[in-house]
Design a binder for this molecule. Structure first.
Ligand code: IPM
Ligand code: MG
Length: 369
């Protein structure tokens, strides 16, 4: 059997420096666990624009379609703000999601014990928090037509369209129900059925899939605004949340911050199974490119490292090795290691991006004893 293939797209800002740490972890699994990957690397986002005048070349797109999993760093930065919309760094990421048809975006929000004090919420509200947001990723207002800026009379009008088909709703609902069965067996679906027809359809379809295919899973519905409120009031009431593309974008940032640091959270974007049975998949940290701290060794590599753990779990069926990597992260945090983003108001001395990566590799090594 050939080695599984991984395409690494470091991207912009802190993307390359956090990815350097992930490579150390990948190499460790190759040499110490006999889990070798065929790794290739390419450009995405602003980096691809600088080299090729496009945030994602067709050649890179083809490569992404042919590998077992893609691991992405981050895209974007102020340098590219003035670019035409069609070549902005974000378009590279959106093209990958759309053409690979990665419709289910899994965004866990987990509170690490060692960081519970870090949340802006009270410790008892967040300690032990473990929820999973399943965000629809390839449709909705992000992609709906018509869109654009048109002129009507003497003023301009900005237009985007929220649009969902029944099958788009059904497939992401199934992803959420399947995940819930492996977790707390609860799904809460969020939309705005009180104002939007697409929300009415969303609620109907999720309820039908629940009734017919997952009667064992507890299903509830919430308006997305109330959901945001409940997430800050008592987040532990949730297990799996399923929601659309735009609400999922907002709610997942909110949920991430509950846990204390955006720098800690990974994500998986999954599509339909390929011929080898593995889902089409792209893994990336939830945080962005953080251009303000790029190149200074301040970035936290944990979100990207945990994204590789998700790849081990969801693409490569190596749940035990994913547990090992997550355990290594827990143990360095328990030892008190902190990157700059995890420094409290009282200060302390942070470790650098590469020191954090090295410590995680050392903890992996210890896990073998
Ligand atoms: C995210 C980001 C992206 C999105 C941007 C970079 C296009 O905010 O992954 O949440 O809006 O989906
Ligand atoms: Mg976002």
């Amino acid at each position: 059997m050939p080695n599984p293939s991984l395409l690494i797209l470091p991207g912009d800002g802190i993307g390359p420096e956090v990815m350097t740490e992930v490579r150390k972890v990948i190499d460790w699994f190759g040499t110490r666990r006999g889990l070798a990957f065929d790794v290739s690397e390419d450009l995405v986002g602003g980096a691809a624009y600088d080299a090729h005048g496009t945030p994602l070349t067709d050649a890179t797109m083809e490569k992404a379609q042919s590998v077992d999993a893609v691991l992405l760093g981050a895209v974007g930065g102020p340098k590219y703000d003035a670019l035409d919309f069609s070549v902005k760094p974000e378009r590279g990421l959106l093209r990958l999601r759309k053409e690979m048809d990665l419709y289910a975006n899994l965004r866990p929000a987990q509170c690490f014990d060692a960081l519970a004090d870090f949340s802006s919420l009270k410790k008892d509200v967040v300690a032990g928090l473990d929820i999973m947001i399943v965000r629809e990723l390839t449709s909705g207002v992000y992609f709906g037509e018509p869109r654009g800026i048109i002129t009507e009379g003497n003023e301009r009008v900005g237009i985007n369209t929220q649009r969902y088909t029944e099958s788009e709703i059904a497939r992401v609902a199934r992803s959420a129900f399947e995940l819930a069965r492996k977790r707390g067996n609860k799904v809460c679906s969020m939309e705005k059925a009180n104002v939007m027809e697409s929300g009415v359809l969303w609620r109907e379809v999720v309820q039908k899939i629940g009734d017919e295919e997952y009667p064992d899973v507890e299903l509830s519905h919430m308006y997305a605004d109330a959901g945001a409120m409940q997430l800050t009031r008592w987040p532990k009431q949730f297990d799996v949340i399923v929601t659309d593309n735009l609400f999922g974008d907002l709610l997942s940032d909110l949920a991430a911050m509950l846990t204390g640091s955006l720098g800690m959270l990974p994500s998986a974007s999954l599509g339909a199974p390929m011929a080898n049975g593995r889902p089409k998949a792209l893994y990336e940290p939830v945080h962005g490119s953080a251009p303000d701290i790029a190149g200074q060794g301040k970035a936290n590599p944990i979100a990207c490292i945990l994204s590789f753990a998700m790849a081990l779990r969801y693409s490569f069926d190596r749940g035990a090795e994913a547990d090992r990597l997550e355990g290594a992260v827990q143990s360095v945090l328990a030892d008190g290691l902190r990157t700059a983003d995890l420094m409290g108001p009282d200060g302390g001395s942070p470790v650098s991006t590469s020191e954090m990566g090295d410590a995680i590799v050392a903890a992996l090594e210890t896990s073998l004893n």
